[in-house]
Structures are given as C-alpha cells and as structure tokens.
Design a protein around this ligand. Structure first.
Ligand code: PRX
Length: 669
C-alpha cells in the first residue's frame, strides 16, 4: 500500500492546544473511574498482565454459559479470545436484565422523522421486557424461514426499532448479520449479498429522510436483478426478503420471495431460547471502504466484541441507570452497532434511536429531542457539530439542554473551534467531552478520555483505553519521539479487534498486519504531544473521511470509469469546512465526448447509483490528461493541491507530461 508522508497538523489545532480541561470534582465523585491515578493503575495492569485483566473483566461484565479454557490464543494475525467459552449476545443484552429492576425500564426510545408537514414525530418505547419479546418473536420468524446457525442475513433498513430487533434476533440464533446503510445503492446491496452469500434480506418499503421517502424495497428489487461483469446473478443466494411496513409507499410484492414482517410476527411464538455460541462464533460482517477495490467485509465475533462494546460504553460514557443516552449514528455504520445497540443494551441503559436528519423539519431537531427526552449523554460527529455552528446558536438556544451531562464525538478529528462550541453552547461549559478515536475494524473505542479521570484538550482523543497499546511509528516501524508525526499502529491484540476480512485472509494480512510486522496498522496519521496525548491527523492511505463517512477513492474511481463516457478518473480529498473533507474527481473523457455541465451531473448520479448518494463527488473536474509518474502512477499529491486551489509545490520532474498540470489548472469547471 502506498503510504504518503504524514502532513503536519492543521494550523487551527494549535489554537487551543494549550488549554486543558480537568474533570470537575462533582463529575469525578460519581464516575466509574474517578481519578487519573485509578485509570493509570487499571491501564498499566491491562498492558502488563492482559490475560489476568481480561479474564477478570470478562467474568464481571458478561454472562457465560460455559467458561473459557484460555483467555487469548494469538498468532499474528489471528486472535481467539476466551477460547472454549460460550455465550450469547442477545442474552447478554436482554435476558440478563429481565430478573433485575431494569426489566420494565426503557431499553429503546425511538423517535421517527415527522411523516409529513405539520405532523408530530412518531414515538415508540420498548422496555427491556418488550424488546426481549419482539426479539424472540422475530428470531422465531427467522427460524421458520429455515435459517441456521452461521447463515448470513443482510439488513437494509432505516433507523427504526426493527433494525435493532433484527440484529438482536440474528445474534440470538447465531446468524451473522450484515447491516447495509440505507444510503447505499441497489448495486451495493447486491455486491454485499454476493460477497457474504446472505440467504435473506430484511428491508422496509421505505424510510423517511428530510420529508421524502427513500425507496429501500425498490432498491432491493433492483439489486436482485443485477449481474456481475461475467453475467453471474449476484444475489442467487437470497431466498426470502422480509419487508417492514414503514413509509406506506407502494411496493412491488413477489409472493415467491417477499414476506411482510408484520404478517410473520403475528403467528410467531414469543419464546425462543438463546443459542449457546462459541466465543469466536461470527457475530457480524460490516463492509467498509479500503484503499483498493471493493469494500472489505470486516468480521467481528461474539465474546471479545461484546466485552469491548460493553466496557467502553460503561467507562467512556460513564453510563448510569438514570441516563437517557443518545448516539446519533445510523445502525448502518459501526458506531450504530456498538453504541446504539450492543454497548448500551449490554449495560442495561436506555438508548435513544432517531430516524431522521438533524435539520428536519427544523434546525433545532436535535435540541428538541434532547429537551423532550431529557437526554443526558449525547454522542455525535464533528461534521454535525460544524453544521450546528453554521446554523447558529439561536437553535439550541430555544431549548433547555440542562439534562445533558456528557458529550461525545466520533468519526473524524474534531477541530478545536467545534470542540469549544460543543463545550460552551451545547454543554453549557459543564459537560465533559469525550473525543473517541476508533474504527470499524477495532469494534469499539480505542483512544479516548474517561470523563471522570482524564484531562482533555480540544482536538485530541487523549489516551488509550484499557488493553490498547497504540504507538506512533516512522516508515521503518520504529517509534518516533513525542511531537513527531507518524503512522498510528496498535502493538497488542485487544478483545474487540476484527477477526478477518470475510473470505479474504490474504487481504486481511496485507492490509493490516504487514505494514509494521506483527502490529495492527490503522491507516491513520498521528502524533503524540509531550503528555502522551494522541492527536489524529487523518487518513494516510487512499481513504477519505467525508462527513464522518469512510470513502475509498479507488471505489469512487471504479464507479466513474464504469460510465461509458469516462476514460480515466482520479479522486482526491480537499478540505471542507463542514464535511471535513470533500470529494473531488478529476476525469478524462473518451475521445469525442464533450465536457458539459450535464455530463458532470450524469457522472455524479452515476456514482450515486453505483455506490450510494454518500459517495457522490462534490466536484467533478474534466482534464485532458492526468498527471502521472514515469511508472504510470497518478500523482495524487498534485491533484490534491489543484483540488484545494493551492499552488503546485514540490518536485514535478517525475511528471510524464508537464503540460498536463497547465491543462489541469485551466480545466473546464
Ligand atoms: O480516520 C479515523 C477516523 O475515522 C476512521 C474510521 O472510520 P470508520 O471505520 O468508518 O469508523 C468511524 C467510527 C468509529 C479512522 O481511521 N476517526 C474516527 N474517530 C476519530 C477519527 N479521527 C479523529 N478523531 C476521532 N475521534
């Protein structure tokens, strides 16, 4: 993999770098980890005696049907945690609470987007007992449809309770779910079915987004007709599509394949025993963009993942029984898996789930939800915070936000200005902020403050969570001195780590374990300050982070060149005030094709259709040629500079044709 030189931190980060925020004594007094020395002591034990540490945590945090024989079996790159132990995720998220005072506590509070102008938002609340019932009913539906332990199930739903119910029902039976974000296309659904060989798709007629309906079932129907380049049907493994009635829109219904969720639930039994599963039984596959080719199916397994999700939720969000906890992520992303569903429910917390966008029907949608539901812990993304800043303080100002006690950030580096705004305007200067760094691959939070213990500085995710040993290294894999940028790697295995790329052990080894031998390579650039805080600089591979979503440039390029008019394409990022990064595509056209504004729109829509609206380039620029090295590699560094409107700097002598730079800067726009 081509690793680019890690750039220095953006200038803005220097602005508040020296400002340190210490946990308030009132917060610390009640927190799970109440002092820095307590954190240090636990952290040191977790690194020096990991097996002893994790053995104790796994016993204390989870309910096991059978104890393990060995805590860790590790041979790079394959880890097995709690070997021989048996448990069940849905049992740990639901059943364990039924014999406690939490049985009738709200497990899930759901608020839908208003389904029409002037209509009130829909709300549904499930207590632990009710959620358990729904999950058992649906698990029986899946059983009746013939699914067996280990079978894959594709979930393509809006943010509705049925998404969480479907996930939990899969885990109850040992089925492996693969959730596909509702913003992905028919093609993406088909590709993921093909890769995972899923037997069933769970979808909805449609979902609401900013007042309009996203036609999910229609996408599935289209996906079922798609073929590979060699003519192979991509979805021949599918034998049923379960459809939730959500948007009330007309859908084509094929009784050979389609069944309605509500019909099946009506006749199902509410009793369903949780299957005893091996600790390493596959739990879910989640596809994520990489620096080359098609998305990778990141595989997580049962015991280690759940322990990570539970412990990080408990300590990072300092969860208490009285909390109303709201993670705004969609369940189509890993944040939704670990911090809307599994982490909070394993802790017996109340998790709020919201279907819509932050600005519909109005710019105060989030704050109205916080006020009406008395949200106490809010976990969202910097891109949303920057949008709120732009919309103005009058919107949060209309609401009483005094229920909030803790704020979280995830998905991309949070710029210090956004951190300060979050702290002052939303947190009323009293709420600690946890800036949490992690990835789809890590399963759970890896670098983060603990709110009652860790001093924070705006812009840094601070220090590692228990058992995590990150290091910043140079090109040779040597640790670099403090205050020096390098690659972020993780030296030791941790329970929530990915167990592989579905069906591709070679790519797993090459992508993650070969950059620095024996260590996990994150793909991120980073530096540590004098106190040891980790400052994430951003991706150093060809993956972009657009509005907190991970997008592989190779994937977008692949989509562009699949258009009949396109000869070549190169996609790079440029800084964007709101989204962090924006996608800029440089495109050369086939002979005789004219660059027109209509073609630009056609290409954007083409990418939307191939991958999904999230991957549509913000900017398409036509060029006669792309700048290349003598060996034929596209010089992305130059394109980045052009995309950002910057001057072209550095050595250009390796360019195959220097005149292309001139043609690029003057390219039709
Ligand atoms: O570049 C880092 C960035 O998001 C990437 C992981 O993306 P994904 O797998 O989609 O998971 C997102 C949610 C966990 C990382 O490689 N990233 C995530 N959190 C932060 C971050 N960058 C800086 N600070 C963060 N807190």
């Amino acid at each position: 993999m081509a690793i680019k030189k890690v750039s220095s931190l953006p200038a803005a980060s220097v602005l508040h770098e020296t400002r340190v925020f210490h946990p308030s004594p009132e917060f610390s007094r009640r927190a799970h980890i109440s002092s820095f020395s307590q954190y240090r002591k636990m952290y040191e034990e977790s690194i020096k005696s990991p097996e002893k540490f994790w053995d104790r945590q796994a016993r204390a945090e989870l309910t096991w049907f059978k104890p393990w024989k060995k805590v860790l079996d590790w041979k790079v790159p394959n880890a097995k945690w709690f070997v021989g132990g048996q448990l069940n995720v849905s049992y740990n998220c639901l059943d364990v609470h039924l014999s406690t005072d939490r049985a009738n506590k709200a497990a899930l509070i759901w608020e839908g987007e208003p389904c029409g102008p002037g209509k009130p938002p829909e709300q549904r609340v499930f207590t632990y007992r009710q959620l358990h019932r729904e999950v058992c009913l649906f698990a029986n539906v899946l059983k009746k449809l013939g699914l067996k332990k280990g079978d894959r199930v594709l979930i393509y739903l809006p943010m509705i309770p049925e998404a969480a119910i479907a996930m939990l029902a899969c885990t109850r039976l040992g089925l492996v779910h693969s959730v596909v974000f509702g913003g992905f296309s028919a093609q993406s659904v088909a590709d993921r079915v093909f890769d995972s060989q899923a037997k069933i798709i769970i979808t909805a007629d449609g979902g609401f987004r900013r007042g309009s309906v996203v036609q999910l079932k229609k996408n599935v129907d289209e996906g079922l007709t798609l073929r590979s380049a060699s003519g192979e049907c991509l979805t021949s493994s599918i034998h049923r599509v379960i459809v939730v009635r959500r948007a009330g829109c007309d859908v084509a219904f094929n009784p050979q394949i389609d069944v309605w969720w509500h019909d099946e639930m009506e006749t199902a039994s509410p009793r369903c025993e949780a299957v005893k599963l091996d600790s390493e039984h596959p739990l879910f596959i989640l596809y994520t963009s990489g620096s080359t080719g098609k998305p990778k199916g990141i595989l997580h397994t049962t015991g280690g993942y759940l322990l990570t999700a539970k412990m990080t939720s408990k300590y990072v969000f300092d969860l208490r029984d009285s909390d109303v906890y709201w993670c705004t992520a969609d369940v189509g992303w890993v944040t939704g898996h670990s911090y809307v569903v599994y982490g909070p429910l394993a802790n017996g917390a109340t998790s709020l789930m919201y279907e819509g966008a932050p600005n519909f029907p109005n710019f105060d949608r989030f704050w109205s939800i916080v006020e009406r539901h008395n949200v106490s812990v809010l976990y969202t993304a910097p891109t949303a915070i920057r949008a709120f800043m732009k919309w103005g303080v009058q919107w949060p100002g209309k609401h009483d936000l005094s229920s909030l006690r803790l704020l979280g950030s995830v998905g991309e580096p949070i710029n210090p200005e956004a951190w300060m705004w979050y702290h002052e305007v939303i947190g009323g200067k009293r709420c600690p902020i946890v800036d949490t760094w992690w990835q789809t691959e890590t399963g759970g939070i890896m670098i983060t403050p603990l709110p009652g213990a860790t001093p924070t500085k705006p812009g840094t995710a601070t220090l590692p969570f228990f058992g995590v040993l990150p290091e910043v290294v140079d090109e040779t894999g040597e640790k670099v001195p403090k205050e020096t940028s390098g690659k972020l790697i993780i030296r030791k295995p941790w329970p929530g780590m990915l167990r592989g790329i579905w069906g591709d052990p070679k790519r797993f080894m090459e992508t993650y374990w070969s950059e620095v031998k024996g260590s996990y390579f994150t793909g991120d650039g980073c530096r540590q300050d004098k106190e040891g805080n980790f400052w994430i600089v951003g991706r150093i591979d060809d993956v972009l982070n657009v509005a907190g979503h991970r997008i592989g440039t190779a994937e977008v390029e692949g989509a562009l060149v699949s258009n009949k008019n396109v000869a070549e394409a190169a996609v790079v990022g440029r800084p964007d005030e709101l989204k962090g990064q924006a996608l800029v595509a440089f495109v050369t056209l086939k002979t005789g094709i004219k660059p027109t504004p209509q073609l630009k729109e056609e290409l954007r829509n083409h990418v939307g259709k191939e991958i999904g609206p999230v991957a549509k380039p913000d900017d398409i620029r036509f060029a006669d040629m792309l700048p290349k090295t003598r060996s034929g590699k596209i010089m992305r560094r130059l394109l980045k500079q052009v995309a950002s409107g910057g001057e072209i700097k550095g050595d250009t002598t390796t360019l195959e044709d220097l005149s292309v730079l001139a043609s690029l800067t003057a390219a039709e726009d």
